[in-house]
Design a protein around this ligand. Sequence first.
Ligand SMILES: [Zn+2]
Length: 407
Amino acid sequence: MKIFNSLSKTIETFTPRNNKSITMYVCGITPYDTTHLGHAFTYVFFDVLLRYLKFKGFEVVYTQNVTDINDRDNDILARARQQNIPWQQLATFWTDKFLRDMQSLNWIKPTHYLKASENITSMIRIIREIVAKKYGYTVNGSVYLDITKVKDFGKLSRLSQDEMLIKAKEFEEDIANPDKRNPLDITLWRAASSQLSLPARNTSRINAGGRVAATAVAFDATQQSSKKTNHIPSFSSPFGPGRPGWHIECSGMSIQTLGDQIDIHGGGQDLIYPHHESEIAQSESATGAIPFAKYWVHTGTVGYQGKKMSKSIGNLVLVSDLLKKYSPNAIRWVLLSHHYRSSWEFKEEELVIAEKKVNSLKFVRQPQGSSLEYSSFLDDDMNIPGVLVMLQKNPSKSVLEMLGFTL
Ligand SMILES: [Zn+2]
């Protein structure tokens, strides 16, 4: 089997670290809003990759996280403040909603499906290693990773420092934090006490368009409500009370459940920098085991009405809305008819056509067609669209089931 590795930027022969078993980690959601088609594109692709690897006889241990806390103030915590409900309640509500949406699409739940807030120890362990090995430093109770100590920092994204700064601004990393030695240093642990300087820091961030302004307004508007409900998560740690950074969560939970090194690390391509680059720097600094992930597999983005589907633009197509009109098989068919690395634009007509196609395939009762033919497509960088074209000419029950369609 061959697959595109974002680390080498080439299509490589897939050779797992162990003969029979494969470890896979895919970055999960930040649960403060509903599941849209962009999420479904990523998670349904990895669902099929999981199914195909099992079909080929591998055992797969698969971990996915839920970022129910992080070092940010602008996503889940801001939403909890706006609604004046505890962040845990908000996170549980949206996580359950996501799981229901994905299960409707016949998604296999990962072996380990973990909330960040329930796995803080795994992150503290990694941070302690990073500090002990002199890659990290502590200022005012927060801990950072000094990226200048990581010789190959940037090997995944291959961005220059200036390009990283632009991306870091887009992701609202705390690049203006005066405690950092370098604006791009990674926040591993954010001290609870650092909350006090938040409003000033938010407004002083370098221009990142409307999102910064919206963040500042959201924060100001919630100062009063925060007196009623505690919206600031804080966990005890050897560094003092605080909470983990977004990036260290995935290093911690991956190493905890899958070991120091893994076979496949997946996620949306927009996570390459800063999130995945940071995961590599943290994990490899802590364990010394290189590479942290042998194959980096990234999915493309989904657009709608001419723009990338995103919460900030508001052009979301929600899976729960589509399920009211179309079958899960039709939604799965549309998602899989686009190659996982492509970025594409959603058009509802595709669903209408897909519904007809899956209806005609529903009556396939006998395994037909050579699975070898189908495998040759999937072994070629997971060419699922090619398999779907073949299936229409030569339907096979076993292949349809292997792709997660329910007959
Ligand atoms: Zn992640």
